[in-house]
Structures are given as C-alpha cells and as structure tokens.
Design a protein. Structure first.
Length: 120
C-alpha cells in the first residue's frame, strides 16, 4: 500500500468536501474562508489541485471530454397540425445523450449539464 498516495487522496477528498460545503452555504469564498479560519490562498491552492486531479481522471477515462468546442445539432421538426416548426436540441456528453425541445427550462438543462461534467 502506497501511504503517500492514500494520504494525497484523503486530502483531496477532504478539500472536495469543504468546497461542496462552501458552495452549498451560498457564501463567497472570502466569507467562507473567514468563517472557517482558512486563508484564501490555501483554498485556491486546493481548488487548483482538485481541478488538476479531475483533469487527470478525465484524461485517463474511456470517454475523455474533447478539448475545444463540441458540436450542437439543432433538428427542425414540423409541428403537428401547423406550418410552424419546433426545435429539438440533442446533446451528448460522456456517451449520455439528452434530447429536449425548446420548451425545456434553460436553467434546468444547465444544471443537468453541470452534473454530467462535474468530477465525481
């Protein structure tokens, strides 16, 4: 057993939990750090470390996120009983396909996409 690796994973897990708590609290990073007795530079250091670890995990996965832009296809479908058309949006992330129409709330779609791309 590599104790250094285990310790590093523990620290990353601990800081990921702190960052989730900060986000759920609704506080700014500055206010959260003041309340928790943390220095902001330490918070940002671990935030960078978590992002690097997430990037490494994605790079090693079977379905890495492609760098740059992703293609978004709009499919025009004829509406039933009228000449007007309804737009359908199809998004694929990590092999998961989402299909919706233009009536789906944008904020809910954004939240769903954030969950699909956030590190576990």
């Amino acid at each position: 057993m590599d104790t250094r690796k285990v310790a590093a994973e523990y620290r990353l897990s601990h800081w990921a939990q702190l960052m989730r708590e900060r986000k759920e609290s609704g506080l700014s990073i500055k206010a959260y750090c003041e309340n928790a007795g943390l220095h902001q530079n330490v918070y940002y250091y671990w935030q960078r470390k978590l992002r690097e670890a997430a990037y490494e995990q994605i790079a090693q996965s079977e379905h890495p996120v492609p760098a740059g832009f992703a293609e978004v296809k709009l499919i025009e479908l004829p509406a039933q009983g009228s000449i007007a058309t309804a737009s359908q949006l199809q998004i694929e992330v990590h092999g998961i396909r989402i299909t919706t129409d233009n009536a789906y709330p944008v904020d809910r779609l954004a939240a769903l996409l954030q969950e699909l791309v956030r590190p576990c």
